[in-house]
Design a protein. Structure first.
Lengths: 170, 916
């Protein structure tokens, strides 16, 4: 690589045993190691919460993929986080059905309660708020996901309860 | 052929091609972005929309993308009816475009500007926010201004899919799609410069040009030929205010097509160098200070040497300059200014081309080949454009698969998906890992002589009458058999070799294989790379003479004229020292000062390729004519003109000298066909070097004098140093740059081609001097196993950036180059007891840094050629001893981070490691 970036360039970190184990398992499903790129990123995110430059380089090195190509994959998919996120990622639907049923108000409610806008994380690293286009649950709009759980027919009061519960269960 | 009707007009089109390309072939103005003649169609930009009607009754039709449509016999289409859609497509693209044409370097030759005007989108309604991106520092060659992107995907398709680059990708999606690297850093591909031409907007621009920017219409340009290696790519250099500003590609169907390498594009800074010899100097004695003399005196002194001097020609000077020197000193006193080893090798290349039944492969031929053996030539570093061609050859398997399922050849994405990672077979025999290893089926590392033995064995397997080789290992025989099998099975098998390994047996073995591949009327393809722009031209002028440089140095001559040459790059330093010190009078004609020039008592300032007109003969024996781009200051003359005495009328027009050379060269009469003739005019006028929109002519010198000076005259004819003449529309072989009404960018080229993407209307530029030999097969004798040598067996390592003498003196190239070094296997590094920052003392030579490379065979050493700090010519014995250097400190020009190696097991994965 170029001398332009030599000193500050991030370096690949060591993948953990768990990560390597899971990636190896995924590899058995595909004809080429390169095809595992996206799955490997998901695995890293599962353990690390997000995909840092160091993690991305580690996966690239492990799968013998150019980091540039893997970055193309990582940034194409919204749900691969290339920036640190809070412990709980709130995915609030802002698509048509939820919009008709007032998701804008819910967004304002969450924002004022947590003090964060879309794309931001609370100072205590508990919550990150991200908009998402349609969770496929339009008949129960408005909806959101926190972590891997979906919540339906939301109201400000229900949101308060959900957030409190998340906090309580750490 | 199919007949179609477009807006009532009937066209004959090729149904195997896409509708866009066919309409362009008929010179129709149909806008497009993502389609590229060399890269096919992906249908991503929606700009080439047309309406297709189902039948005669269909009044509505349906909208299709012309680039993704196969024209149907008898079908009806409309470009007009989709006009509004195309305008809307642009309007939508423009919602995230900054409209910064006045400060954009693409302005004035921008495909986006042209298409916007053509589509009719002239009024901006969008007043919302636009996305903004971070721009990356992509190194010394290419600028990045992502906000201008229209997401046509051409860049990534070119860089990754076409050129095989791995450090570039498309990132993110929808309105924040991004084209760049994972992180800031110098682009690694040796072909990155083409991004500036492939990108239809000002995202990727020529960074070297940026610093001395001028609009396209303000550049004085001419058709020229790259002087930086033996491939002979066609270029358009551009000048303003007496300095060379940039080089862009000039299309030649059979040679470079649409693409150049980065050395050719960015390596011409030496033309403007402060180190240029811009005055003529003489001195009375060796130790006297040189003093400036007038051009008239300089010429008189030079011509006074006639009858007493020997002449040393140059493989980087034009045919005409070499011919003039030969004529001045006489055939018997004319010597070839190449190393003695190279002298033999180049004669061998000529012998093979003239006397073996092989087909000399042009780059266009190479791209058609479907099984390749690369024999001891690191083409990426010695003949880069050929490496780019080989990256296309290995894709032929995909085209074959596509043909089987009747997929049209322009279906780029579909064919790539179909082929996945399948590649046509390419084998590499080399002394170290090379940049093409990633596309090779198998790479064999061994000495050049060992590679030759394997290659001789391949020839024998292909044709049992070719000499056999004994003593190969089982593994080597397995390799021999798979190479032979793949070459034999191929429709167009190819052998690529060359002189750079300095091994005669390699050339012979390559010739044997190509001969063995001959079958009936079909002859095996052979491409033999030669080092310099006119290596073959010089050697053809030798006309069988055995006057090597070694002979010149032993001739006992007391006077010598050295043409565009630093002898210290051609022979051992001590030999040159003693030759030069024995001379009473030494005249050197060159562009930049060097050790030979410093020893001269007469130094003549000679014009570079950009300031002179002449002819080069490339690796395939193709003679190509280049026209001076601009006139240098009065003290600088072309070498050819300096060397002419009254025999030619002192200042003859160049074609007189070309004619002289023609009488010596094989098929020399063809040289007369390189130009439309010295007295050519069109409608009574010559062709202009300046654009018809050239600005400032009356005020360019206003700070000096308000009178407009007389335009410079070109005594050589054909082209004016002015705007006067027939605008560059008639003959693409003598135009300043491509331009057509409505088409200001290089995309206008299709208007000059027979069919879009194909040959120029005037045919491919250049004349091939070697006739195809149709004689019987004949063989070169195979080599026997080498005797063991003492010390390390050395082999040369070349660098695209730095090994070539002139380009190495360009700032942009220096930023990508390094000083001299040796490359060793890590085991030998340990054996020599070398620590991380130690240096290596090379026998008969200097001490240099080292690079550990896993691919290098223990006991061998790669020695850099041409880089500052070592003279490869000093190593005259087979085997050198290496020692740890005493009191070592790495020199400042040692930049290991500029060396891209592809050795497996190097410091980082996927062949992008740097070491040191
Ligand atoms: S950077 Fe240029 S070539 Fe690449 S997608 Fe954007 S406009 Fe097209
Ligand atoms: S391949 Fe050779 S001739 Fe072509 S651009 Fe590069 S240096 Fe010039
Ligand atoms: S619109 Fe919100 S779930 Fe479908
Ligand atoms: S050129 Fe046809 S869609 Fe881009």
């Amino acid at each position: 690589m170029s001398n332009l970036i030599a000193s500050t360039a991030p370096k690949a970190r060591q993948l953990t045993h768990e990560e390597i184990h899971d990636i190896e398992h995924e590899k058995t499903h595909y004809p080429y190691a390169q095809a595992v790129g996206l799955e490997a990123l998901k695995i890293v995110q599962k353990y690390q919460g997000w995909v840092s430059d160091e993690s991305l380089l580690a996966v690239a090195e492990y799968l013998k993929l150019p980091p540039d190509e893997l970055e193309g994959v990582a940034t194409f998919f919204n749900m691969i986080f290339r920036r640190p996120v809070g412990k709980h990622v709130i995915l609030l639907c802002d698509s048509v059905a939820c919009w008709m049923l007032g998701c804008d108000n819910l967004k304002a409610h969450i924002s004022s309660k947590l003090g964060i806008d879309y794309g931001q994380t609370t100072a205590d690293n508990q919550f990150t708020l991200i908009p998402v286009p349609c969770l496929g649950d339009c008949d129960k709009a408005p909806t959101m996901m926190v972590g891997d759980k979906t919540y339906r027919n939301l109201t400000p009061a229900r949101i308060d309860a959900i957030l409190a519960e998340c906090k309580a269960h750490g | 052929m199919a007949k179609i009707t477009v807006d009532g007009k009937v066209f004959e089109v090729d149904p195997n091609n896409n509708l866009l390309q066919e309409l362009l072939s008929h010179k129709q103005d149909l806008p497009y972005f993502c389609w590229h003649p060399s890269m096919g169609s992906v249908g991503s930009c929606r700009q080439c929309a047309v309406i297709e009607y189902a039948n005669d009754d269909d009044q509505r039709g349906r909208q299709v993308m012309a680039c993704m449509t196969s024209p149907r016999e008898g079908a009806r289409y409309s470009m007009d009816k989709a006009h509004q859609f195309r305008a809307q497509a642009i309007e939508s693209i423009m919602t995230s475009h900054p409209h910064d044409c006045p400060v954009c370097e693409e302005g004035g030759e921008c495909h986006l500007q042209d298409m916007t005007v053509m589509s009719g989108h002239t009024y901006r309604r969008y007043d919302g926010k636009k996305s903004t991106h971070n721009n990356q520092n992509l190194g010394p060659f290419i600028g990045h201004e992502m906000n201008r992107c229209i997401t046509c995907y051409r860049c990534v398709r070119y860089y990754k899919d076409y050129a095989g680059g791995t450090d570039f990708s498309v990132q993110a999606s929808h309105n924040h799609t991004y084209f760049g690297r994972f992180q800031d850093g110098s682009l690694e591909s040796e072909f990155s410069g083409n991004l500036a031409e492939v990108c239809p907007t000002g995202v990727f621009t020529d960074k070297v040009f940026s610093k001395v920017y001028s609009r396209k219409w303000d550049l004085q340009s001419s058709p020229s030929v790259c002087a930086a290696c033996g491939v002979g790519c066609n270029i358009n250099p551009g000048e303003r205010y007496g300095t060379l500003r940039r080089v862009v590609n000039r299309f030649n169907d059979e040679v470079n097509g649409y693409f150049l390498c980065d050395k050719g594009r960015f390596g011409t800074g030496y033309v403007n160098s402060a180190q240029r010899i811009s005055v003529n100097m003489s001195r009375s004695a060796h130790d006297a200070r040189p003093s400036e003399i007038t051009p008239v005196d300089a010429k008189a002194k030079l011509l006074a040497m006639k009858g007493n001097a020997i002449g040393i020609g140059s493989p980087r000077a034009s045919l005409e300059a070499n011919y003039a020197l030969r004529a001045l000193v006489g055939k018997d006193n004319f010597y070839a200014g190449v190393s003695d080893v190279e002298f033999g090798l180049l004669n061998q290349v000529i012998d093979i081309y003239q006397n073996r039944p092989v087909h000399i492969a042009s780059i266009k031929d190479i791209e058609k080949c479907d099984a390749i053996l690369v024999l001891g030539e690191d083409v990426t570093n010695t003949a880069a454009r050929i490496a780019l061609a080989l990256r296309q050859s290995v894709k032929n398997i995909g085209k074959e698969m596509a043909a089987r399922i009747k997929l049209p050849m322009w279906q780029d994405a579909a064919i790539r998906t179909l082929a996945m990672d399948k590649k046509s077979p390419l084998y590499i025999l080399s002394s170290h890992a090379t940049r093409l290893d990633d596309i090779a089926r198998q790479v064999h590392i061994g000495s050049a002589a060992d590679s030759a033995r394997i290659a001789f064995a391949v020839a024998h397997v292909l044709d049992s009458s070719a000499p056999a080789v004994t003593g190969l290992s089982d593994a080597e025989m397995a390799l021999v058999n798979s190479i032979a099998t793949d070459l034999k099975a191929a429709k167009h098998p190819l052998v690529v070799s060359g002189t750079s390994s300095l091994e005669p047996a390699l050339l012979n073995a390559a010739a044997n294989i190509a001969t063995a591949l001959g079958n009936g009327d079909q002859r095996g393809n052979l491409a033999l790379c030669v080092p310099e722009a006119n290596s073959l031209g010089l050697m053809l002028l030798m006309d069988g003479s055995q006057n090597s440089l070694g002979k010149a140095m032993q001739s006992g001559a007391r006077q010598a004229i050295v043409l565009e040459n630093d002898l210290y790059r051609r022979a051992p330093s001590a030999t040159v020292d003693s030759f030069l010190s024995g001379l009473q009078q030494l005249a050197v004609l060159d562009h930049l000062q060097h050790r030979t020039g410093e020893a001269a008592n007469l130094v003549l300032a000679s014009g570079t390729f950009a300031e002179t007109t002449g002819t080069f003969v490339n690796y395939e024996g193709r003679a190509q004519h280049f026209y001076a781009t601009f006139k240098p200051v009065a003290a600088i003359q072309s070498s050819a003109k300096w060397l002419c005495d009254s025999e030619f009328g002192n200042e003859p027009r160049i074609h007189i000298l070309t004619g002289g050379a023609a009488a010596i060269l094989p098929n020399g009469y063809k040289l007369q066909k390189l130009t439309p003739g010295a007295d050519w005019t069109f409608a009574g006028q010559r062709a202009p070097r300046q654009h018809h929109r050239y600005s400032g002519r009356t005020v360019m010198r206003a700070h000096l004098n308000v009178h407009e000076p007389k335009q410079e005259q070109d005594e050589d004819g054909l082209m004016n140093y002015s705007m006067e003449g027939v605008p560059a529309t008639k003959d693409a072989t003598i135009f300043n740059s491509p331009w057509a009404p409505g088409w200001n960018s290089n995309q206008s080229l299709f208007k000059f081609q027979k069919s879009a993407g194909g040959e120029l209307k005037q045919g491919s530029h250049g004349e091939r001097l070697f006739d195809e030999n149709t004689g019987a097969k004949a063989w070169y004798a195979a080599v026997v196993q080498q005797a063991a040598i003492s010390g390390f067996a050395q082999f040369p390592i070349y660098h695209l950036f730095g090994s070539e003498e002139l380009t190495a003196q360009s700032e942009a190239i220096q930023a990508k180059a390094t000083g001299a070094y040796v490359a060793l296997n890590p085991a030998d590094v340990a054996r020599l007891g070398l620590g991380a920052s130690d240096g290596v003392q090379v026998q008969h030579n200097g001490a240099v840094p080292y690079l550990a490379r896993a691919s290098i065979t223990p006991g061998t050493v790669g020695i850099s050629v041409g880089l500052h700090g070592l003279n490869y010519q000093n190593m005259t014995t087979a085997g050198v001893s290496l020692n740890k250097a005493a009191n070592w400190q790495n020199p400042k020009d040692w930049r290991a981070s500029n060396i891209i190696v592809s050795d497996a097991g190097s410091s980082s994965a996927y062949g992008r490691g740097t070491q040191g």
